[in-house]
Design a protein around this ligand. Structure first.
Ligand SMILES: Cc1cc2nc3c(=O)[nH]c(=O)nc-3n(C[C@H](O)[C@H](O)[C@H](O)COP(=O)(O)O)c2cc1C
Length: 189
């Protein structure tokens, strides 16, 4: 089983990564992490190469992510809330997923699909500003990469209760990891 983790937090050992690490601890198979704050992934510049070609003209680390997105069994998106949204860096990363929209809408390859995968969303917040916009945006991202959301881990009072001490969120993290393991076993049978 292969899992791609997309981390939208600048804090390498922050709340979001604490929950992601709890998932990883209980997850079978290989894991690859994309750190949107540190990896060399430029935003989409609307050059429109993808209107007529499959793929993206920008030659950076996103090329490897495109390859993985057609190979992995799971994708995990993790982000702190910034003004109730996914972080700007995660949205910047997500702009590069536009190729999966244009291949269908501009190139009219309406049957185009990446391989099917399962998704888990991890959202953390200090306690001011709710998660609804971020969850909506994450659902659009999962749709683009043909991922079915199987669970959302929420820790929304991190100013007073760090994610690592949020018993329910840590439990959800473990349970969703186990759910992904089970789904993968079912597929192998
Ligand atoms: C610029 C900025 C905006 C934020 N906006 C929100 C918000 O709208 N709602 C909220 O609950 N927390 C908000 N927070 C708090 C973070 O989401 C919270 O501290 C989170 O646990 C950090 O996660 P991390 O350690 O994974 O980066 C904001 C923090 C920053 C720096």
């Amino acid at each position: 089983m292969k899992t791609l983790i997309i981390n939208g937090s600048p804090r390498k050992n922050g709340d979001s990564m604490t929950l992601v690490n709890e998932i990883i601890k209980h997850l079978d198979g290989e894991v690859k992490i994309v750190n949107t704050y540190f990896d060399d992934i430029a935003p989409c510049n609307d050059c429109r190469y993808c209107w007529t070609n499959y793929g993206c003209s920008i030659n950076d680390e996103m090329q490897e992510v495109y390859r993985l997105l057609n190979e992995v069994d799971n994708v995990i998106l993790a982000s702190p809330l910034y003004f109730s949204e996914l972080t700007g860096k995660l949205l910047s990363f997500s702009s590069r997923l536009q190729i999966y929209y244009t291949v269908k809408k501009m190139q009219k390859k309406v049957d185009f699909r990446l391989n099917k995968k399962n998704a888990v969303l991890v959202i953390t917040g200090g306690g001011n500003g709710g998660p609804a916009p971020a969850i909506e945006r994450a659902k659009i991202i999962f749709g683009l990469v043909n991922a079915k959301l199987v669970g959302t881990v929420l820790s929304l009072k991190t100013d007073t209760l760090p994610a690592g001490k949020h018993i329910e969120a840590m439990k959800q993290a473990r349970e969703f990891a186990q759910m992904l393991n089970l789904q993968s076993e079912k597929c192998l049978k």
